[in-house]
Design a protein around this ligand. Sequence first.
Ligand code: PLP
Length: 218
Amino acid sequence: MSLTDITQRIRHAEAAAGRAPGAVHLIAVSKVQPNERVEAVLDAGHRCFGENRVQEAAGKWPQFRDTFDNIDLHLIGPLQTNKARQAMELFQAIHSVDRPKLANTLARLAQDIGTCPDLFVQVNTGEEDQKAGVMPADTDAFVQTCRDLDLPLRGLMCIPPVDEEASLHFALLAKLAKRNGLDQLSMGMSADFETAIALGATHVRVGSAIFGERVKPA
Ligand SMILES: *Cc1c(COP(=O)(O)O)cnc(C)c1O
């Protein structure tokens, strides 16, 4: 299991970037991984995980929570408003806030439930048609919308285009966050988390490098 390797590489990248040890949170992305692999990582003491589908997460995490304490679960995939309540009850953080309708729904439910997960606005830094996220030019206004709704907005998240230099996208996300007074950055995956840390990532989302190749497509 390469959780130890990845954790070491994160510590090295933090040091190289002059960041404090532990400044970067490792979100182990467990989507579509067999339960035995997830359990091995839990057994090793890791508690922070990411899933990209509410339904899949709801099907597997309640039972892990019966066995393991303090599981910190992050939603890193798109969220439909009709699954928002379920997501808010299951996850400690949602990284995919990307439209006013969803922000409004989260705000209403937060009133109702009395608590709200930590939120990240997803930015479509590559301005790709098929990808979720607010456009870079709309980010400031949408951050303001979330703040007007009193949502616990912590930072920004991006998924760079597969065929482009990720560092340009990480740098853009960092710039947008700084300009908006947000200090958390969810960026970096298996192939590029060290680059993301050099550019200020506080949350890296690493799947296959920890668990091995996904058995089914996500
Ligand atoms: C699947 C996924 C990851 C992890 O990808 P790997 O390349 O396996 O590390 C990270 N972020 C998001 C949003 C994902 O959907």
